[in-house]
Design a protein around this ligand. Structure first.
Ligand code: MIC
Ligand code: SF4
Length: 755
């Protein structure tokens, strides 16, 4: 069925030889991350050691997962690659394109109506090319992967930044853009800069109200949204082994929020229990035989400072329940009085209107059971819940089992809306308002991972705070952002003062998991006769045409926008209502950078057209430049392109004629996405040059004809008064990536090779 024990056995059988060879070449004991990386080298047994943070290395991942919103573009690209079948086991999961509005049954039906064309496209492409297909309603990609495919010591990539969730089961699982996935589907190597390693030692034990979520909320506070960039975070210590496997998944999941390449944990009993509970005893048995290879060498955890580039220690016994937000996942506040002050000082609404539990981050059986133990107390103690509850189970298996065990019923008694097993409110697919732009200021709490502006409901005034499912439930009952369940009393319907007891729950269902229809479709063995249909006049899907190379001479390029402050992929290519155009490059390009703040007037989607002097929307203005054959440049701040793996954030500017993106620093996936699409992703050598760039600037690239690895480029910036500045910009392109640029895109190269 869904996973392939033969692949797992192969990975394990080669492990001893390869890891031992790696230890020899590296010349010292190995971390778990290194063991997994060196066991997945494209060239087989390691012959040299790689320099962390420097060397580009070719890897051979064991599997690929794609979700519906990114799979469309990935598969449209794969169709151009000229292959009959995917070379590596791949699955597609339909989870993003399902709105949350009236509850699971109606919402799923609605999604199947409005996105029929897209789901059918994904299903037929999957069937044709040997890809496993998970239907709408089957669950959220990362929960389904953890339940079915993840395995200790494995390496996978996925076209979603939260692919990293599978680190909870001891994998190195990495989020990538669709073009990266296409390389691997087409039987080529996958390239990654050998990551740096951050060790997080967990001592003590979680208790009471603290949950695995608080560990990662704390790590986010310490490292901030860019602190993990270019690194794998490896967790270890007694606190790590005492947590459940799905709890570890939560921690790894939100590694995406600190920009980490991925996060992982060594194989332990909790993982074995999870494998057995999810009907994979054969994987557990195989893993048990190579146990010492599925964790770091003992010297590493005894002296972590010698082996990791950075070490953080967190004592779980001292950790408090945290709330992170609003608008950024690293702004941390302990539940209670500190929040009263911060919220008052910053004018964040203290009243909470919704508590949402679910998303790929926190939708396991354990999460729902622990949150329901709080919900049950509201019923028992006659408390009237002040905020509304919304629940998204992570998979049909979790939903079915929690329904069977009476867990969902507890929430239903509190009038909770049970949404589809899908992303829903986590990705702007929450039809909360008829006119979100003019909706009122309010606060919500959720157990998700991201809380960028407009992310949940499209309302820029919604202040979203991220917390554990337990705390989310407590706050929803109390209706106050600063509620501290450990100290604060609530008044019940009889006017009595009551307190909430600590959460309790089950790591795994005592009666086992159960599911009737898991929603999986196995592809045909031979898909050659399957016809994939894309209507010419479709507004949802558009076959791709190859990009033409930008070339080695860019002169007279205009500034399209200088983005001010945070510019995440949600600012560059908004989700929510725009998800419907993810398979149609020209249509989705109408959202290009519309969320980015123009540094000169602090407005969104309002930039100067240098040809007319008039102001207009970013996509419209850019289309004007394109019409005139004028290249443009986008300028940005730090961690540009943080967040999602969506390559639309690179393909849209590319399609519309942006030649270069020049920023203070990039988020990893986005930088690669720009390279893949044959664009220039550059960083200021002197960060202060960001301030030199003016609204009417023109850019002449001085030495692009000498584009070479490790060699900075120079750009003449001509200001409107005729004065000029020459700025130096850096890049991280290696030889192969420069070839992508020259070919117009990485895909153009693959297609040429397969022609
Ligand atoms: C997200 O959480 O932002 C998404 C939606 O899952 C994205 C992928 C996408 O944009 O489709 C991600 O995290 O990569
Ligand atoms: Fe879906 Fe949200 Fe998870 Fe992204 S973060 S995969 S949108 S549930």
């Amino acid at each position: 069925m869904a996973f392939d024990i033969d692949i797992i056995k192969k990975v394990y059988s080669q492990m001893a030889e390869r890891v031992d060879a790696a230890r020899d070449v590296v010349g010292k004991p190995l971390t778990l991350s290194e063991k997994i990386l060196y066991n997945h080298l494209w060239d087989g047994t390691p012959k040299t050691a790689f320099t962390r943070g420097k060397d580009y290395v070719d890897f051979a991942p064991d599997r690929i997962a794609c979700q519906d919103a990114t799979a469309q573009m990935a598969l449209l690209q794969f169709m151009q690659a000229g292959k009959d079948k995917v070379a590596v086991p791949t699955t597609v999961h339909c989870d993003h394109l399902i709105q949350a509005k009236d509850g699971a049954e109606k919402d799923l039906k609605h999604a199947n109506d409005v996105s029929k064309e897209v789901f059918e496209f994904l299903e037929s492409v999957s069937n044709k090319y040997g890809i496993g297909f998970w239907k709408p309603g089957a669950g959220i990609i990362h929960q389904v992967v953890l339940e079915n495919y993840a395995f200790p010591g494995g390496m996978m990539i996925g076209t979603d930044s939260h692919t990293v969730n599978a680190g909870g089961l001891g994998m190195v699982a990495i989020g990538v853009g669709g073009a990266d996935a296409v390389d691997v589907m087409a039987g080529m190597a996958w390239e990654l800069k050998f990551p740096k390693l951050i060790g997080v030692k967990l001592t003590g034990k979680l208790s009471g109200w603290t949950a695995p979520k608080d560990v990662i909320l704390k790590v986010a506070e310490i490292l901030t949204v860019k602190g993990g960039t270019g690194a794998i975070v490896e967790y270890f210590g007694p606190g790590a082994t005492s947590m459940s496997c799905t709890g570890k998944g939560t921690i790894c999941n939100m590694g995406a929020e600190i920009g980490a390449t991925t996060s992982t944990f060594g194989y332990d009993d909790s993982m074995e229990r999870y494998l057995r509970a999810t009907d994979r005893s054969d994987v557990a048995d195989a893993a048990n035989k190579v146990r010492e290879y599925l964790t770091a060498d003992p010297e590493v955890y005894a002296n972590p400072e010698q082996y990791f580039d950075q070490v953080i220690e967190i004592n779980l016994s001292e950790l408090n329940p945290l709330l992170n937000g609003p608008f950024t996942p690293d702004l941390s506040t302990p539940a209670g009085k500190e929040m009263t002050k911060k919220a008052t000082d910053n004018d964040w609404p203290l009243q909470v209107e919704w508590g949402l539990i679910g998303s790929c981050t926190n939708s396991s059986y354990e999460d729902l059971s622990r949150a329901s133990s709080i919900a049950q107390q509201a019923l028992d103690k006659k408390l009237k819940t002040k905020a509304e509850f919304g629940i998204n189970p992570g998979s049909e298996q979790v939903r079915y089992t929690t329904e069977r065990d009476g867990i969902l019923e507890i929430f239903e008694k509190l009038d909770a809306t049970i949404f589809t097993n899908a992303c829903g409110p986590c990705i702007g697919q929450w039809a909360r308002y008829s006119d979100p732009k003019n909706a009122p200021k309010n606060s919500i709490v959720h157990s998700f991972n991201r809380n960028f502006a407009k992310r949940a409901d499209g309302n820029p005034n919604t202040h979203a705070f991220v917390a554990s499912p337990e705390l989310t439930a407590a706050i929803a009952i109390a209706g106050r952002l600063d509620f501290n369940p450990m100290t604060d009393k609530l008044i019940n319907e009889d006017g009595e003062e009551v307190m909430l007891d600590e959460p309790t729950g089950w790591e795994l269902p005592p009666k086992g998991f159960e599911v009737k229809e898991n929603g999986y479709l196995e592809p045909r063995e031979d898909g050659s006769s399957v016809v994939v249909k894309v209507a010419d006049d479709s507004e949802r899907l558009q076959l791709l045409t190859p990009f033409t190379p930008i070339g080695d001479s860019i002169t007279g390029a205009k500034l399209l926008i200088k983005a001010f402050g945070k510019c995440t992929t949600d600012h560059i290519s908004m989700a929510g209502p725009w998800l419907r155009f993810r398979g149609h490059l020209d249509n989705i390009s109408n959202n290009c950078l519309i969320g980015a703040v123009n540094a000169y007037n602090k407005k969104t989607n309002f930039v100067k057209n240098q040809l007319t002097g008039e102001y207009g929307g970013v996509p419209d203005t850019q289309r004007e430049y394109k019409k005139e054959g004028i290249w443009t440049v986008v300028v940005g701040d730090h961690n540009y392109g943080e967040g999602s793996s969506r390559e639309h954030a690179a393909m849209e500017p590319r399609h519309l004629g942006v030649a270069a993106v020049i920023v203070k620093s990039f988020a990893r996936i986005h930088e690669t996405n720009l390279k893949k699409q044959g664009m220039l992703g550059l960083t200021f050598d002197n960060e202060a040059d960001y301030d030199l760039i003016q609204e009417d600037d023109t850019f002449n690239f001085l030495d692009l004809n000498e584009f070479a690895p490790n060699k900075p480029l120079h750009i003449e910036v001509v200001h409107s008064d005729g004065s000029k500045d020459t700025i130096k910009v850096n890049h991280t392109y290696n030889e192969a990536q420069i070839e992508w640029y020259k070919a117009g895109s990485a895909l153009n190269l693959i297609a040429a090779q397969n022609a």
